[in-house]
Design a protein around this ligand. Structure first.
Ligand code: R5P
Length: 285
């Protein structure tokens, strides 16, 4: 087996290669004078199982993913597994207003054209899996988040919205820390309102657990309200930390701890999903 590292996931690719004890491919990337992207896999991959690891965090990374899949197929890899630790565009998984594209489906179709299996971590909507006609799998970072906070002095795990109840329930089961949920209403891409439940936050050490931190609006609003309600400390843990704009710094000044996985590699990547991905890959190959 050989791991082909996408430019969005260099560290995680290295970790997966190390755990699975396999080589990592060299990839040449450049731009043509007109800005078009050039990809070349420099390592021999013919007849090998190839694992491409690329979080699709931006349009550029999606294009790179498509070219990596094509180059891998062209080089006659035996089986191609595409790992999107973070699968972007997952939020648009249906038509909300007539005339819209189903972006998650469009990206899934483009990627699967040249791979044999797909693997991701904590998909925003698990309906995304159904857009793949090749075998598609999902692993969860929840055990890692639960393990990180287990044994720390945390009184309650909080989901910022009803949609995250199953996530905090599972985190609670694995860590032994009780959970509650808040009620979030999204007003626009940057703004949310949060209603706190009938819970006494005074003196409590709280951890907010979410799947994605994007603009940070959700966590900032929730953290401020719980601190105003008397919480002693608020930390937050997520799988995918996009930390758009200055939100990383803002959250770091508000929260005691801000942790995210390495599905998106940032300074907040405090834990790795490499073991989970490696285990899943060994079940697919
Ligand atoms: C929403 O359903 C998600 O679980 C996250 O709460 C959301 O994506 C966070 O976005 P932001 O950081 O922009 O508030």
């Amino acid at each position: 087996m050989i791991v082909i590292p996408g430019s969005a996931s260099p560290g995680l690719s290295q970790k997966i290669a190390k755990i699975t004890n396999c080589e990592i491919a060299s990839v040449e990337r450049k731009r043509f004078p007109d800005g078009e992207m050039y990809i070349r896999i420099g390592s021999e991959i013919g007849g090998k199982d190839a694992v491409i690891v690329q979080s699709t965090t931006s349009d550029e990374k999606i294009l790179e993913a498509i070219l990596l899949c094509d180059a891998t197929r062209e080089a006659n890899a035996r089986k191609i597994i595409f790992v999107a630790p973070y699968f972007g565009y997952a939020r648009q998984d249906k038509v909300f207003k007539q005339g819209e594209a189903i972006s998650a489906r469009a990206i899934a179709r483009a990627i699967q054209a040249n791979c044999d299996a797909f693997l991701s971590v904590d998909l925003h909507a698990n309906t995304v899996i159904k857009w793949f006609t090749i075998p598609a799998f999902e692993v969860s970072a929840i055990p890692c988040v639960a393990g990180y906070f287990k044994g720390k002095k945390i009184d309650v795990i909080v989901s910022p919205d009803k949609g995250g109840i199953e996530r905090v329930k599972r985190t609670s089961e694995l860590s032994g820390i009780p959970y509650i949920h808040l009620d979030k209403v999204r007003l626009d891409g940057h703004t949310v309102t949060i209603k706190l439940p009938d819970y006494d936050f005074k003196g409590k050490n709280v951890v907010i657990v979410d799947d994605i931190i994007s603009t940070g609006g959700t966590i900032k609003t929730a953290a401020k309200q719980m601190l105003d309600a008397g919480a002693k400390s608020v930390s937050c843990g997520c799988t995918h930390g996009l930390f758009l704009g200055n939100s990383g710094n803002e959250l770091a000044s508000l929260c005691t701890e801000v942790i995210a996985s390495d599905t998106i590699e940032t300074r907040f990547s405090s834990y790795s999903v490499a073991e989970e991905i490696a285990r899943a890959i060994s079940g697919i190959i």
